[in-house]
Write a new protein. Sequence first.
Length: 300
Amino acid sequence: MPDPTPVLILGAAGQLGHELMAHLRADLPVVAGTRHTSPAFDLAAPNSLHDAIHSVAPKLIINCAAYTAVDKAESEPELAETVNAISPGVIAEYCAQARIPLIHYSTDYVFDGSAHHPYTEEDRTAPLGVYGRTKLLGEQAIAASGCQHYIFRTSWVYAAHGQNFLNTMLRLATERDALSIVEDQKGSPTWTGFLVRETTRLLKQLQEPSHNPPASGVYHLTCSGETTWYDFAANIFEIALQRGIIERAPKLTAITSDQYPTPANRPHYSVLDNSKVRQQLQLQSMHWKEALENCLRHKA
């Protein structure tokens, strides 16, 4: 059996997992877990996960893997549930047996968006679609396992690489003269660099010898402030023009969600209250505009 490694990152090929790997490998031995590694960590095949994890013998697991195709999930509910709920439950059961911590990322889509104030962890969940429902089931399976766990609900995640709203806007800026962007959905765009920074803060706490580790539970972890998709796009183009990333910006037209129908309903308001994560885990905040500036600085 190989020497135990401190951290196993599942979903290491995704935008968050990729950045965690790049950041942590300088200071920690980390193992990247994806469907294509050996052993394979395929969350669509939960029966294979226990043996794959056991072969690595990690001291901590970070699960970034998820079924995130929100619209496609409506036509693939069984696969979405396997990846987002059943497999996280298997991972958590391993962590409980091995007595190791699990860090897992969830979503603002567990709420229906009917609130008019930032959601706290105690607010009632009511997902509108398959994606949110299966992510909520995953949260519940992890809690039921009894393992030491830290579930971070986040929102509107983007990175300098990968498929996300930021890169879609930058690509469309080279292809279109005009764009119609939804303005009646509010949330907090969250940069993966911020999530990596704060996850690292938690990791340092978990590595310290302590009889009182940080309390397990669900925590909201997003960039601070709120905006709409329309204003987020406008800020992307403004900063990208300033930095020379794009040569011109498309003309933007604000539309409603009804004018841009999708298979899955989105919450109209999904701003999350981050008070608990600051108070109980001593994690910090970063305004979404500052995060966007930092992200685009890496692309310039």
